[in-house]
Design a protein around this ligand. Sequence first.
Ligand code: ATP
Length: 233
Amino acid sequence: MLSTRGLRSAYGRVEALHGVDLDIEEGQIVTLVGGNGAGKTTLLRCISGVQAITGGALTFKGRDITSAKAHARVALGISQSPEGRQVFTDLSVEDNLMLGAYLRRDREIQADRKSVFAMFPILEEKRALLAGGLSGGQQQMLAIGRALMARPSLLLLDEPSMGLAPILVTQILQAVKSLRDRGVTIFLVEQNANAALAIADTGYVLETGRVTLSGPARELRENAAVREAYLGI
Ligand code: ATP
């Protein structure tokens, strides 16, 4: 569905991605794990189009989107839930969700809003309240819900488990699995490698801007180097 080939990105003169090759198969959860500063967020932002690509190529559904603008990528079916949630704190829960549907002109918007509420009932309960008053876990649900309101075929998730209590991590990752089962392809960036590899189909390990390992998630979980570096085993 999506491929990067030799993808590079830099902040000024400092290159953060040194030529990344990665494939996201339709219908899968593909996870990218790696330590602090490995370049995970940079890669995600290059895919959603909010970060400049300085070399290499990016294709989505057979189309070269290397230089496509972010909004054009949303229209093609790529939607991102950003690191740190970044919900609009001064807007209601409902308005945050509706902003996710900003580019849509179809008649399914209300139906999709209902299905976000079915997935995260607490958002329906709090729909008239300001997003800034939600707990961290609820804001994470809102950020995912907002991304879903664009009706993506590829959903990009940046560290959805960050800062959440274990019970909420489980709830969010179960929701991610149910999205995959409904046909949404997911690219999941996580520092929590254990939780991410447990629900993913395919995994990639990124270290200082380079992919160092990739394969079926089940195999990566058994890999000695991965276990030592990322699973604390
Ligand atoms: P984390 O899990 O800590 O968010 P990450 O794997 O997502 O880490 P990135 O945030 O993509 O890593 O950072 C990759 C590299 O780029 C790091 O060396 C980081 O210091 C650098 N970097 C990130 N953002 C900027 C920026 N705005 N300006 C300059 N350098 C940056």
